[in-house]
Design a protein around this ligand. Structure first.
Ligand SMILES: N[C@@H](CCC(=O)N[C@@H](CS)C(=O)NCC(=O)O)C(=O)O
Length: 310
């Protein structure tokens, strides 16, 4: 099996979700640190346009979006099972909600002017470039940033409920083994807990602090850093591995030129040839000058798929 390569940067909450899963599964992986803002030429060479963080590379297979990355890692290393059948519906529903609604409630708090000012103290030009990049990423998005009062209220309501539930005493949300729900709820909370000013909110939540400590104790697995040029060379020197076939979409068949695109924000389209599409993922083939022949995987949820206009 090819190495697991994670393209990420330290401050990314969605990347932290995956680093913690790599820890829970005690995996060894290669780490490529990518830019926080555009341009990201080496990321785009692999994905064909998708710019979000993180992405997972396995040889010439490029997996986009943590919903699908988590599923792939669970298939590669099944224990602990992130989708245990006794709570299958619940853990997936909570994970989907946390990755969207809970994360969206955390963003306005994490990017409060006083938080940004402390985070970027002495690096004002960098802060302005970051703010401009994120505004451009959300342009035309159907989910604009929540007003602060609403975000604060949603976030506080949720952590109040979580604190009460964790008082019952299990190490993780669904018992003594972590599931996808733990990692998806954890990353928006970690996003806030690691920020100046707003991070103090958790002082009043001892059960949440203990639960976060339990997740941190899982670690991040074992990583060694490589450059993005090395990752591109690995892609171009590897063969695409195909593990599905056919198309679950009646209007599209393998071989068609298609476009996949996130439907929430950062809606950068990726064009390629449909390899296969099932209920979990759509996979397209593309060729890049530097990355060579790659297969780019997207989850079905939160992505549109259509035939490319000729
Ligand atoms: N649905 C995506 C969301 C990923 C996401 O929004 N990541 C943030 C960073 S935590 C991002 O991409 N920000 C812009 C960037 O890094 O360029 C996933 O689950 O992977």
């Amino acid at each position: 099996m090819s190495d697991i390569i994670l393209h990420h940067y330290p401050a990314s909450p969605f990347a932290e979700k995956i680093r913690c899963i790599l820890g829970a599964k005690q995996l060894s992986w290669k780490s490529v640190i990518i830019p926080r803002i555009m341009p990201k030429p080496d990321v785009v060479a692999l994905t064909g346009g998708y710019r979000k963080t993180p992405i997972l590379q396995i040889g010439a297979n490029i997996i986009c979006d943590t919903a699908l990355i988590a599923r792939k890692l669970n298939a590669m290393a099944p224990m602990p099972d992130l989708y245990p059948s006794h709570a299958g519906m619940s853990v997936e529903a909570i994970a989907a909600w946390a990755d969207a609604a809970l994360f969206q409630a955390a963003v306005p708090l994490a990017f409060l002017p006083e938080v940004l000012a402390q985070t970027y103290a002495g690096r004002e030009a960098e802060m302005q470039a970051f703010v401009a990049d994120r505004a451009a990423m959300r342009k035309g998005s159907p989910s604009p940033r929540l007003p602060l009062t609403e975000a604060k209220n949603n976030f506080t309501l949720f952590i109040n409920n979580l604190e009460k539930q964790l008082a019952l005493g299990s190490a993780f949300l669904f018992g003594n083994s972590p599931t996808i729900a733990d990692f998806s709820v954890y990353h928006p909370l970690w996003f806030i807990a690691t920020k100046p000013v707003v991070g103090e909110i958790f002082n009043a939540y001892p059960n949440i602090q203990q639960w976060m400590t339990n997740i941190q104790a899982l670690g991040h697995g074992h990583s060694t850093e490589i450059t993005s040029a090395e990752a591109l060379a690995i892609a171009s020197g590897s063969k695409v591995v195909i593990s599905g076939e056919g198309s679950a979409l009646p209007e599209l068949k393998p071989g068609d030129t298609i476009v996949a695109c996130p439907t929430d924000y950062g809606m950068d389209p990726v064009q390629g040839t449909l390899l296969y599409c099932n209920e979990h993922e759509v996979v397209l083939a593309r060729k890049d000058e530097r990355a060579g022949n790659v297969a780019v995987h997207f989850p079905r949820a939160n992505y549109s798929i259509k035939k490319a206009e000729s």
